[in-house]
Structure formats: C-alpha cells, structure tokens
Design a protein around this ligand. Structure first.
Ligand SMILES: Nc1ncnc2c1ncn2[C@@H]1O[C@H](COP(=O)(O)OP(=O)(O)OP(=O)(O)O)[C@@H](O)[C@H]1O
Ligand SMILES: [Mg+2]
Length: 484
C-alpha cells in the first residue's frame, strides 16, 4: 500500500502538469496516483519504450521495473530522508515493451494539483553517459589507431599514461616499458623538448609542428612528423591530462623535396639557356678567325703555330658541344619523329662504342630479339642516349670488363615497350647517388660535366619513354624504355 509523501514540491493545475510533462526536455514522465498506478505518461515515454498508452495506463508501476526506485513506497522513503524534496537521479533498469532493458536515471517528484497530490517519475535516458562513452571510445580509438602516434600524459609530472602502437614504434620500445615512464626519458634529447614542456606547462598549444624523429637505431633512419601537444581541461577549467599527437608525413616531405629539386632544375635550365646563347655567338666569331689564322700560318709554314691553333680549335669544339648540351637540356627544340628500328640505331653506334671500349680493355656484346617493333623517335638523339650510357659504362670499368647491350620487347600494365638494357661489370652506382645521377652537374669524374645522363633523360622523356638506373651484384644496369 502506497503511503503519500509528506510534502509536495510544487503546485500546478492538471493542464499545466500535462503541458509540463510533455515539454520536459529529454525526460520520460510517468504520473502515478497514491496507489502507485500509472495514470498518465508523456509521448517521449511511449516512443522510447514502445508501449502503447492503452497497455501501460492503469497498470502498477512495478511492472516497469524491479528496481526499488519504482516502488513508490521507496520513492517516498527516499524523498523523506533528511526532509529533502528533491531526489538525486538514480540509475534503474526499465523493461521496455519488447522485453529489452533500457537503463534510465530516475527522479521522483511530488506535485500538488487540482486533483490532489500526484507522484511523478521523471526518467532520463542514459544520454549524458552515452556521450561520455563516445569520448572515451574516441580516445581509445586514437590510442589504438595504427596510423596515429598518440601519447597520453599525466599533467602534473608528465608521466606517460598510455601510448598508441605507432608512437611505441617511434620511441623504439614496447608499450610496457614506456607506460609509467616520465616523458623526458624519450624526449629530452629532441630539439622540440622545450616546446613540449612549454605547452604542458600551460603555454600555447603546439599545432602541426614539423619534427624529424631520429630513431634509436641507425637502420631505422628517421621519420618526418607533424606534432600536436595540448592539455585536456575539465568543464571547470582544471587541467585533467595532456597529450602529444604525431602524424607521419615522411612521404609528403620527400614529395616536397622532389618539387624543390625540380624547381631548382627548371631554374638551372633557364640560366643554361641564357648562358648558352651568349657563349655561342662569340665562339662562332673566334672559331672563324682562328681558322683564318690557321690558313695564313700554314701558307707561311709556321707549323708549330698551326699545331697550336689545331688544339685551340679542338678545345673550342669541346666548348661548343658542351654549350649544345646545355641547350639540349633547357630549350624546347625541333625533334624529328620518325618510325625507326632500334637495331639500326644500335648498329650505327657500334663502331664508336667498340673503339672506346678497346681503349679501356672492355669487351662489348650486342644482342637484340629478332623482329622488334619500331619506335617513334629521332634516331640521332637516340644515338646520343645510347652513346652516353655506353660511354659511362666503359668509363666505370677502368680495368677492363664486359658491357652488354640487349634490346627486347616488354609488355606491362602501362603498355608495350621496347626496352634496351645496358649493363656493365663496373663498381655499380652507390645507393646514395642513385636518385641524383640524372640531375645536371652530378658527376664523380674529375673531367666530367655531369650532363650526360640528364641529357639522356630529357631525350627519352621527350619520346614518351622512361630511363632507369639500378645497381646489380656486378655493375650498373641502365634501362631505356620507349613506347612501341
Ligand atoms: N655505369 C655506371 N657505373 C657507375 N657509375 C655511373 C655509371 N653511369 C653513371 N654513373 C655515375 O653517374 C654520374 C653522372 O653521369 P653523367 O653521364 O651524367 O656525367 P659524367 O659521366 O660524370 O660526365 P660526362 O657525361 O659529362 O662525361 C657519373 O659521374 C658517375 O658517378
Ligand atoms: Mg657521362
């Protein structure tokens, strides 16, 4: 038997109670009589629980839950303790129409109305708790995400509380030996430590700060990161924790470097074009007059001087061809687009390559598959490409060796190619040089210009081809691929 609570918390008309109960934000409202029978409920209650008003009204409140809070006597007891008129919401299980359980927070109220004293149960869905779970799950996801470096810290002493797998890999230790360690064990040697300390001490938060992380072992190298450091604040503004987040941007950084390099190359190209133009004209005049002198000297029998002019003319030709290479690199030029057979091009350069090889004690072998398709290119330019690569190979093997030139057809996902492999048995190309050798002015030779391979690359690219360099167990392998 339900005992009426002693004091009402408020007085309102029945209409106002109806209005009130239908507008309480997020609250399911049940109105009970003195016997604990449900006399009224709001639409939110029906929506959330799936009950129809016809099935739930006039039923005893106890059918909804076995929680003591749904026992009106207990409600009354709770309310009367310490003469409190307002009861703190308590969690309880509510049985829904489909038999499933809904966890609600229950707040009992008493209300004096025109129809006497009524009892209200305000039921709140677990919304605030759910939000808390969401934040918690968000945090957990960050700490388990394989692509995000996350470190959770105690705010006062910067002890590491939790850490994500990527951050463990960065710090080069398993989670168990990182957690509970102070941050400075891992970060004190970094340039950014001061910045981190400052942010943890309440200074400005760090956002997207670029950082190069040097791994503990040399083989692991370094990782380019963007770092965030910040504090967690409670709703009252107290510092509850701190975090460090990393994003691995190594790939982005190398892309940036490539862009910078090609910018630099474009600039070199422009300067080269200008310089080549200025050098060529006076050279033509000097060469012309020198040839005149040579004729006169020959007539006058000045054989020694003729010999000198001969040397001067050869050197001038060298400058001229160098300038020609500059121009080849930088200026858009007229190129012939013929259907050509690669074996004809290779046959043409054979004598030149062979005589150079002979000087260096190198054996050259030439081979190509029969019936190779033709490629669209300028034969003279292709000759220059193969000559340059063969010359490099021969120069690399200064104490004899084998140079192999092999042409074949290759089909891959990007199409059909005519591939020419030029392999030597020299020392190969050091891995630190491999991605630079096609840049102009990169040379390891005392008299080299470092232009040979950049000219080759430019020509091959102009014909839609690819040029690659690799180091094999024995020597270097250059592959020129042309679409066919
Ligand atoms: N077959 C090879 N084996 C080893 N290193 C090579 C080989 N080919 C090229 N290289 C390296 O690449 C560098 C650049 O070659 P590139 O042809 O562009 O210029 P170079 O040969 O030095 O000068 P130049 O071509 O003007 O004589 C060379 O200096 C050499 O260090
Ligand atoms: Mg060269």
């Amino acid at each position: 038997m339900y005992k009426a609570p002693s004091l009402p918390v408020g007085t309102m008309s029945m209409d106002t109670l109806d209005e009130y109960s239908s507008h309480l934000p997020g609250a399911m409202v049940l109105v009970l009589d003195d016997e604990g029978v449900i006399t009224q409920c709001n639409s939110l209650f029906l929506n959330e629980t799936g009950y129809a008003s016809s099935t739930i009204l006039k039923r005893d409140i106890a059918v909804l839950s076995d929680s003591p809070l749904f026992n009106t006597r207990m409600v009354d007891n709770a309310l009367s303790i310490g003469n409190r008129n307002i009861f703190k919401p308590e969690p309880a299980h509510l049985i829904m129409a489909n038999g499933e359980i809904l966890i609600v927070h229950v707040m009992p109220l008493r209300m004096e109305t025109g129809q006497g004293l009524l009892h209200l149960l305000l039921l709140f869905n677990q919304e605030p708790v759910k939000e808390g779970n969401l934040i918690q799950r968000f945090g957990e996801t960050m700490l388990t995400d394989d692509h995000l470096g996350a470190i959770l810290l105690h705010p006062a002493d910067s002890i590491i509380l939790d850490i994500s797998p990527l951050a463990c890999r960065l710090l080069g230790a398993p989670k168990c030996s990182i957690v509970n360690e102070p941050l400075h064990h891992f970060f004190a040697s970094t340039k950014e430590y001061k910045l981190i300390q400052n942010a943890l001490a309440g200074g400005p938060a760090v956002r997207n700060h670029p950082m190069t992380w040097l791994h503990r072992t040399e083989q692991a190298g370094q990782t380019e990161l963007l770092m965030d450091v910040g504090l967690f604040h409670s709703p009252l503004g107290l510092v509850e924790g701190a975090y460090i987040l990393f994003k691995d941007v190594t790939n982005l950084r190398s892309l940036e470097e490539q862009v910078q390099r090609s910018d630099r190359l474009a600039m070199i190209g422009q300067i080269a074009a200008g310089a080549a133009h200025e050098i060529r004209n006076p050279l033509t005049a000097i060469r012309g007059f020198l040839q005149l002198f040579q004729k006169t000297m020959t007539v006058r029998g000045m054989s020694k001087e003729v010999e000198y002019t001969e040397i001067m003319l050869t050197e001038l030709d060298r400058i001229n061809s160098l300038v020609g290479e500059f121009l080849m690199l930088s200026k858009p030029r007229h190129k012939m687009q013929n259907h050509i057979h690669i074996d004809a091009v290779l046959r043409d350069i054979m004598p030149m390559v062979s005589s150079e090889a002979l000087l260096h004690g190198v054996t050259v072998s030439w081979e190509w598959e029969p019936g190779l398709p033709f490629v669209t290119a300028d034969p003279e330019m292709l000759k220059q490409v193969f000559l340059n690569i063969c010359k490099n190979g021969i120069e690399a093997m200064n104490i004899g060796g084998d140079l192999t030139v092999y042409a074949q057809m290759e089909v891959n996902s990007e199409g059909r190619w005519l591939a020419v492999d030029i392999q030597d048995t020299g020392p190969g190309i050091p891995s630190s040089m491999l991605n630079k050798i096609f840049d102009p002015f990169v040379t390891t030779k005392a008299n080299g210009t470092g232009l040979g391979l950049s000219v080759c690359q430019r020509i091959v690219h102009d014909f839609g081809g690819i040029i690659k360099a690799a180091t094999r167990t024995e020597g270097a392998l250059f592959t020129v691929m042309l679409p066919c």
